[in-house]
Design a protein around this ligand. Sequence first.
Ligand code: C5P
Length: 337
Amino acid sequence: MPTTVRSFAKINIGLCIGARRRDGFHELRTVYQTIGLHDRVTVAVGSGAGVELRCNIPGVPLDSTNTCWRMAELAMARLGRSGRVRIAIEKELPVQGGVGGASSNAVASLLALERELQIELPLPEKFRLAAEVGSDLPLFLIGGTVLGVGRGEEVYPLPELPPTACVLATPGIPVSTPQAFAGWDREHDPAKLTAFPPSDRINVFGSAVFLGLNGFLSRPDQAAGRFFSGVLATEGRGRAETQLLDLVRTGIANDFEEVVFPQHPELAQVKRTLEAEGADYASLSGSGSTIYGLFGSRGAAEKAAASLQAQGTRAQVTTTVTRKQYWEQLLVTGPAC
Ligand code: C5P
C-alpha cells in the first residue's frame, strides 16, 4: 500500500538577509509559517533499486536534481535499506514560487518513506538530512510558526499564531532564489554598509520577533513596545489578530522585496491591492513571486481574493496552519490519490 502525505506550503513573515558567509550562503533570519495549501506526495517501495519520480504537471525535474529524489537516495542509504522508491507528486503549489513547494515535497517524501518502511530515523538525523538537501527543508519537520536562523536551516518552534485567514496570490512568475540573493549582493555591497551592518540588522529582527510573538507590544507597561512601534492600538481586535498585529508592528519585512519588486512591478501592485483590501500584513513570500495577505476574517480574505482575480491575478484563500493541525493533517488516509 503506497503512503500519501500532504505537503504543506509555507510563507515567510519577515525575512532579513545578513552577510554572505564563507560557504557562499547568506546568514538570515525569518519567521516561517505553514499554511493550508498543499501538494500530495505518494511513496511506494518495491523490489529493485534506485528512484522513480512522477509529477502531474510538466516543468518539474524528474531526475536526481529533484529534492525528493535526493532525499529518497540519502534516506535509503541512512536507513540501510534497499528497494526501488517510487514517488508521485501531485502539484497544486506554484513551482519556484517562494512557498517552499520543493522543500516541503522532499520532507513529505522522507516522512512517507519512513512510514512505508515502518522505520524512523532519529529526529536529529532527520534534521541533518533535511538541511543537507536544502535550507528550507527543516522547517517542515516542525510546522506551525517557526523561527529560521543560520542559512534558514536552523529552526526553532515559536509561540504560535492562531489560524489566520490568508490570501495567496500566485502571479506565475518563476523567481530563482540564488539569483535573488545575487541581486541583493549587487545592491548591498558590504563595503557600503558601514552605518548599519548586516549582523546588527538580523539581531534587531530576532528581538523584534520575540517581542511581537510574546505579546510585549500590546502591553502598555512594556517600554519595549513603545521602542519598536510607538503605537499600541489593538483594541477591539480578536486574540489572533492582536498577536499578528503585534508581530507586524515590529516592522519586520521581507528584504527580497527590495530586489524583486523593481524587476516585477506588478508584484508590488498585488501587495498594494491586498493592503487596500484591509490586509493586516501583506508581503512577498521567500524570494517570490507569491504574495500573501493575512486578514482578520475569512470574509475579508475572500473579498480581497475576488478583487485580485478581477485584475487577472490568480488568488486563493486559505488559512495559516498550526503545528498541531500540521501533524494531524499530514497523513492522507483512505485511497491513495
Ligand atoms: O539551500 P538551498 O538549496 O535552498 O539554497 C539555494 C541557493 O540559494 C544556494 O545555493 C545559495 O545560492 C542561495 N542561498 C543563500 N543563502 C541562504 C539560502 C540560500 O545564498 N541562506
